[in-house]
Write a new protein. Structure first.
Length: 230
């Protein structure tokens, strides 16, 4: 049986530290917002919201979001440290912006149906979701933003460049999740649009400008030009 060296294990997986630190911060902050923002919030609504039908079957991709984002992060964690860091920068930045906006600008929506139009397993799942997730703290949509972030991480990962079925499946799932936010009346179209805008800005910083590589190059340049002490 192989002897596991704790120090080697910690050194090998130390890139888990940002995730381990940020996850409880986000959960505690979001839970506080859910308890705090119950009234006196700005209602987000566009006329287009009223034209979108309620389609309960989309609760399936809505719930699959949790597994989708987690699977992408875990895959990159074990396969590509740099792409894992890029995904974390993308996701954590947007989630933090969302928390700050929700704290400084309490918001919510009144789009949910008062009575379910049908009685089936999917409407019951939606009703259960409504009970556990309030109709506040919605802007911008983290479901949309993180779905885009997870898909970007997949299509930019070189190890998956030849696996078109994974990239296509990711596109289909992320698109279904994004549609689900409006079709089960969890978000206004405004939440979706602003999530796309924020994701586009972060895509430019993380993948086009590549702030991770740029920072590393600058750090190496400073190290080379620093005076040597004998």
């Amino acid at each position: 049986m192989k002897h596991i060296n704790l120090k080697q294990l910690v050194r090998k997986y130390k890139h888990a530290i940002p995730l381990l630190i940020y996850a409880p911060i986000y959960i505690i902050w979001f839970a506080w917002l859910e308890k705090t923002v119950t009234k006196n919030y700005t209602v987000i609504h566009l006329a287009l919201d009223d034209l979108i039908p309620f389609c309960e079957i989309f609760v399936i991709p809505y719930f699959l979001w949790f597994a989708y984002v987690a699977a992408v992060v875990l895959y990159l964690f074990f396969r590509d440290k740099d792409d894992y860091y890029r995904a974390c920068i993308f996701l954590f930045t947007g989630m933090t912006v969302f928390l700050v906006i929700s704290t400084l600008f309490p918001n919510g929506q009144h789009l949910r149906p008062q009575v379910m139009p049908r009685d089936n397993i999917f409407t019951r799942m939606v009703a259960g979701l409504y009970k556990t997730d309030t109709s506040t703290n919605l802007w911008p949509s983290i479901h949309v933003y993180n779905s885009l972030g997870a898909h970007f991480a997949i299509i930019k990962h070189r190890g998956l460049a030849s696996r078109k079925w994974i990239r296509r499946s990711s596109f289909f799932l992320s698109s279904s999740i994004i549609l689900s936010t409006c079709l089960i009346k969890q978000h206004s179209v405004f939440d979706v649009i602003t999530a796309f805008v924020m994701a586009a800005l972060m895509y430019g910083l993380v993948y086009k400008y590549d702030i991770l590589t740029t920072r590393r190059i600058r750090a190496q340049a400073r190290k080379k030009t620093a005076p040597q002490v004998n």
